[in-house]
Design a protein around this ligand. Structure first.
Ligand code: NAD
Length: 264
């Protein structure tokens, strides 16, 4: 018998997103792409927003090839006017009910010891990870608040514990977590829920294979109670649940999705 926790046995858990429109920033790769694909498979029409036009188009085409509905929009989330225009494009699919903010960077120069991180590099990471999240929420909100909506932000376990590197990354992710609570409190009375997922180490293009080697997998077996690094779909499953009506009474929460790494 297969384990319930074996990703290979993950089946359709029946959370549905029929007849809603979901916008995913960073939807061209990794966690965002997995979330866009899963939301579409569960019935949503999806706006795939990414700085990479090519990757956004690939994900949207893949969704369409499987019978889903998607529109790809090339957009840099640090450009507030471009985000406004992306929201307007996605809204042509219908009123936006779900927003997932996955666009983010892990920026080499920001990973140096803090005294060697330039203010420009620090600000650049804040601009993408935190400013981009702010812009997406700000422009999607009129749609989300027009009859109930759900915001799912993607922060990181770096928001919750000291990883010891990435000054801008850590500050930006702490900011995303706090901003999500603000949205939950401010917009709850307008029917908008907002929750923050904090992924642990997930094997995506961002991590460049760092979690895929045999050595890394051995490390995961020692350090992570569930014995492995995450996969994009592990996060997508939780994001889709938070978007869905099944999570209708859940808001303002920070949800680590890290195989238990934070509690071991
Ligand atoms: P990824 O690199 O595979 O995907 C990130 C996507 O965001 C890319 O398609 C990229 O083009 C897009 N993007 C980057 N800057 C952008 C911008 N300015 N405007 C528009 N799009 C932009 O990485 P991922 O691992 O899927 O990361 C997704 C989110 O999850 C990020 O916010 C990341 O910080 C967070 N996260 C990842 C991990 C991990 O281990 N992979 C862990 C914790 C949190």
């Amino acid at each position: 018998m297969r384990s319930m926790n074996d990703p290979a046995s993950a089946s359709d858990h029946a959370v549905r997103l029929d007849d809603i429109v979901v916008m995913v920033t960073g939807g061209g790769s990794g966690i965002g792409a997995a979330t866009a694909r899963l939301a579409a498979a569960r019935g949503a029409a999806v706006g795939v927003i990414d700085r990479s036009e090519e990757h956004a188009a690939e994900v949207a085409a893949d969704i369409a090839a499987r019978g889903g509905t998607a529109v790809a929009v090339a957009c840099d989330v640090t450009d507030d006017a471009a985000v406004a225009s992306a929201v307007a494009t996605v809204a042509r699919l219908g009123r936006i009910t779900g927003l997932v903010t996955s666009a983010g960077i892990f920026h080499g120069p920001d990973l140096a010891p803090i005294e060697q991180v330039s203010i420009d590099d620090f600000r650049h990471v804040l601009d993408v990870n935190l400013g981009g999240t702010f812009s997406a929420i700000r422009h999607a909100l009129p749609h989300l608040a027009d009859g109930g909506g759900s915001v799912v932000t993607i922060a990181s376990t770096a928001a919750l514990r000291g990883h010891g590197f990435g000054a801008g990354y850590t500050a930006s992710k702490g900011g995303v977590d706090a901003l999500t609570r603000l949205v939950a409190v401010q917009c709850g009375p307008r029917g908008v829920r907002a929750n923050c997922i904090c992924p642990g180490g997930i094997d995506t293009p961002m991590t460049g294979g760092a979690f895929a080697s045999e050595e890394a997998q051995a490390r995961a077996r020692r350090a992570i109670p569930l014995g492995r690094y995450g996969r994009p779909d592990d996060i997508a499953q939780v994001a889709v649940w938070l978007l869905s009506d099944a999570a209708r009474y859940v808001t303002g929460q920070t949800l680590p999705v890290e195989g238990g790494a934070l509690v071991s």
